[in-house]
Each structure stands twice: as structure tokens, then as C-alpha cells.
Design a protein around this ligand. Structure first.
Ligand code: ADP
Length: 273
């Protein structure tokens, strides 16, 4: 290890440097890079609606000042853009809150079935106008899961909202909460330790091509950016889901058939009896 002496001749950084291997330094660099990319992406995402807002404000102060019709139209667009900024800020805050929570293990006994039922109720106003239905199937005598209920409510909302957004008009989103039988490969120690609750959210929509699946839970990754924006998406929903699942020591699987639809499955450890 290199040795850097202070002016008084005492080694200052020797211990710290000796403790970092090249491999660890590379990992730290990669994390710094990811963080910088994230800040750049987030700023860019915020700048777009902000630029639209300032543009319309200028127009309303100048050329469109006395044009009633233009004013109505522009105010509508401005409301949409500020809504987009609010959703983005809310999602960014959720992500950072989950990251801050990462060191405290979830410990409440959470009734996932009840949360799934209320998430479905909350999404009906989004689904009904498109002739869509949400069908929730719950197994009898389900144990609660060990979790943090606000996070699990958000996980359900994000997955079910995506299923509605990307599902075809007139189709049904099928949500089920059951006791898991066989666990998939990749299930960690927390899942192998006892009973496991399985949540599945299945839609009948356009599906996702295989090449996108590995990157789907990355922040701001979208298959079709224009479509996501039009549906009010922030590109952070699945990144939030992935964080919540790993905070709960669970597992997430995405199974999709282009042209038919997608199923998002989450396995979570049940709370001890
Ligand atoms: P967004 O806010 O764009 O929906 P998400 O992180 O929730 O962001 O999802 C990332 C991308 O994954 C979406 O933009 C969309 O392309 C794709 N996606 C997510 N859920 C589904 C689904 N149920 N069916 C098809 N595509 C989906």
C-alpha cells in the first residue's frame, strides 16, 4: 500500500489505503458512476416539464395574454406538466426513503391480502373507463408477511397500476395472493427459512420483449419512453418495486410473452406464527 505522510511525519492514509483492494476500488468507482448517472437522469427528467412550464408561462404573459381559448388549453398542459413533476419528485423521495431504511429489517406482520384488495379498489377509477377489470383471488388462511406495510402497499400499487396502464382495453388484470409451494431457483435463505407468500399480477397487454427484461428494474429504463410518459409514468416504478422486494428479503420474477401479456411475481417470507 502507498504511504502518504502528513507534514508532522505521521502516516495519515496508510491504513485506509491498505484496506481497499483494487476490486473494491473498482466497485466504489462503479457506484459513484451510477450515482452520477442517476443525478444526471433525474435532473434531465425534471428539466423537461420545467422547460415546458416556463415556455407556457412566457406565452401566457405575452402573445396569448388576451386569447381565452389558448389560455384554457395552455393551463391544461401546465397542470399536466406540474403533475408529472410532482409524481417524479414523489418517486425520487420514495426511492431515497427505501434506501435509507435498508439497514433496518422490516418487522411488522402485514396482511398482504387486505392491501391487495384496497390497491385494486384504488385503481378501479383508472381501469373502468377503459373497460378493464381487476380480479383479486386470495387463498384461505394466508399468514401475514414480515414487512413494512407502507412499502408493501406501494409495491402492490406500482405493479397493479402498470398492469392497468400497459394492459389492453377491455381485459382483466388478475391478482392473486397464495401460499407458495415450490420456490424458484435464486430464493435466498430468508425465503427458505419458512412459509412464503406469493403475489402474482398478471395482465393481458402487449407484453415485453425478452431483450428488455434484464434492464426493466433499472431507474428510468423504459421500453417505449413516449408511451410511458403519455401514461404518466416516471420510469421509477419498477426500480422502487425491486428495492422493496430486496429490503424484504424476497424475490421478484418477470415473465412476459410479447403480444399476450406479462406476469410479475413476488415471493415474500411469511411472519412467524
Ligand atoms: P413507468 O413509469 O414508465 O411505467 P416502470 O419502472 O414502472 O416505469 O416500468 C418501466 C418500463 O417497463 C415501462 O416504461 C414499460 O415500458 C415496461 N413495463 C412495466 N410494466 C409493464 C407491463 N405490465 N407490461 C408491459 N410493459 C411494462
Amino acid at each position: 500500500a502507498a504511504r502518504i505522510d502528513r507534514l508532522d511525519g505521521q502516516p495519515a492514509f496508510e491504513a485506509a489505503i491498505a484496506l481497499l483492494t483494487l476490486h473494491e476500488l473498482t466497485a466504489i468507482r462503479a457506484m459513484e458512476r451510477m450515482r452520477a448517472d442517476f443525478v444526471a437522469n433525474a435532473s434531465h427528467e425534471l428539466r423537461t416539464p420545467l422547460a415546458a412550464l416556463s415556455g407556457f408561462i412566457e406565452t401566457l404573459q405575452g402573445p396569448a395574454r388576451d386569447d381565452e381559448e389558448a389560455r384554457e388549453k395552455f393551463l391544461g398542459i401546465m397542470a399536466e406538466q406540474s403533475g408529472r413533476m410532482s409524481r417524479l419528485v414523489a418517486d425520487l423521495l420514495s426511492l431515497s426513503r427505501i434506501e435509507l431504511d435498508e439497514h433496518s429489517a422490516p418487522s411488522e406482520a402485514v396482511d398482504l391480502a387486505r392491501l391487495a384488495t384496497s390497491a385494486a379498489e384504488a385503481l378501479r377509477p383508472l381501469a373502468s373507463p377503459r373497460g378493464m377489470d381487476l380480479e383479486v383471488t386470495l387463498a384461505d388462511g394466508l399468514p401475514p408477511v414480515t414487512g413494512q406495510s407502507d412499502q408493501l402497499a406501494q409495491l402492490l400499487q406500482n405493479l397493479m397500476e402498470n398492469a392497468v396502464k400497459y394492459g389492453n382495453d377491455g381485459t382483466t388484470v388478475e391478482v392473486s395472493v397464495t401460499l407458495a409451494g415450490d420456490l424458484p431457483a435464486g430464493a435466498g435463505a430468508a425465503l427458505r427459512a419458512g412459509p412464503v407468500v406469493k403475489l402474482a399480477v398478471k395482465d393481458h397487454g402487449e407484453g415485453i420483449a425478452a431483450e428488455h427484461l434484464p434492464r426493466l428494474t433499472e431507474r428510468f429504463y423504459r421500453v417505449d419512453t413516449a408511451r410511458s410518459r403519455k401514461m404518466g409514468g416516471t420510469g421509477l416504478g419498477l426500480a422502487i418495486v425491486k428495492h422493496i422486494v430486496s429490503h424484504h428479503r424476497g424475490l421478484l420474477a418477470i415473465d412476459s410473452r410479447p403480444g399476450e401479456g406479462s406476469t410479475f411475481t413476488v415471493w415474500l417470507p411469511a411472519a412467524p406464527a
